[in-house]
Design a protein around this ligand. Structure first.
Ligand SMILES: [Zn+2]
Length: 279
């Protein structure tokens, strides 16, 4: 089917109580793996290409989507500047994320609003981030992490002031491989309080490293989209190491094995998120 915006996908997920996965890809193996997993699992999916020529990869995904009986969206993940957003709009992405979460509140609102105006005019959906989901070791300190949590009253105001379609919130997860003390701990009570004040789909970033139970609780308490990258990357590297240990291995076999490894990770997450059989 034709590419479609993630916005109707996420609304359906929100109503029916599951989450749609966003999977970051930067290779052709990764792209094939994510789309094959979606088709096999009959799951809606959001693909987020990075480090690749944008127009070319959109053309590739559009062709793959045309033959796929599941809805596929293409989102810019963590766009930092208006310029990158505009490039993605022109390249044919269906959705964009503008991440101005490290800026002061008013600046985040202003930047997000500018993106919402441009993207909505072109028919794209927009995700923004309020509070800040950090990266692994920079977040080792729990008190630093908590200071960046999303405040429910700010979230309500932010959504009203920007007209954004989906909101990434900081409730305890981190990007990358978790290196803090103990385990990442999700503040589900905070998620409930945000959910009470905000009716658009909420997004959980930094999903790698959380347990299946964490995901299921986050989804029950109102997350409708989960972003995944690190676990796919870790599986790909482990598979490469294992295959390269064989001195006679052929290059094509390494690529195929990596694709299978990424696909297994994606399939598993689709089952955990409950998006399998929802297409
Ligand atoms: Zn993220």
């Amino acid at each position: 089917m034709p590419l479609q915006s993630m916005v109707p996908m996420l609304k359906k997920a929100q109503m029916e109580g599951y989450a749609v996965g966003l999977f970051d890809v930067h290779t052709i193996e990764g792209t094939f793996a994510v789309i094959e997993a979606a088709v096999e699992q009959r799951s809606p999916v959001i693909v987020a290409p990075f480090y690749v020529p944008r127009r070319a990869v959109v053309a590739l995904i559009r062709e793959l989507a045309a033959d796929a009986p599941v809805p596929i969206a293409i989102e810019l993940d963590h766009g930092r500047e208006f310029k990158a957003v505009m490039e993605c709009i022109r390249a044919g992405f269906t959705d964009v994320m503008l991440d101005a979460s490290t800026k002061p509140y008013e600046e985040n609102v202003a930047r997000t609003r500018q993106v919402v105006e441009a993207a909505h005019a072109a028919g794209l959906g927009v995700e923004a981030e309020l509070g800040h989901v950090g990266f692994d070791e920079s977040y080792a300190d729990v008190s630093v992490r908590k200071a960046a949590f999303t405040r429910p009253e700010d979230a309500q105001r932010f959504v009203a002031e920007t007209g954004v379609d989906a909101l990434a919130v900081a409730i305890g997860s981190v990007h990358g491989v978790f290196k803090g003390a103990g385990e990442p701990e999700l503040d589900l009570n905070l998620l409930d309080r945000i959910r009470e004040r905000v009716d658009i789909p909420l997004v959980l970033h930094g999903g790698s490293g959380l347990s299946d139970e964490d995901f299921q609780m986050a989804i029950q308490h109102g997350s409708s989209k989960v972003n995944i990258y690190t676990d796919m990357a870790v599986a790909a590297v482990a598979t490469m190491r294992e295959r390269l240990a064989d001195p006679d291995v052929r290059y094509v076999q390494v690529g195929q094995a990596v694709q299978e490894a990424i696909k297994r990770v994606v399939v598993r997450y689709m089952q955990v998120f409950g998006s399998a059989d929802r297409a």
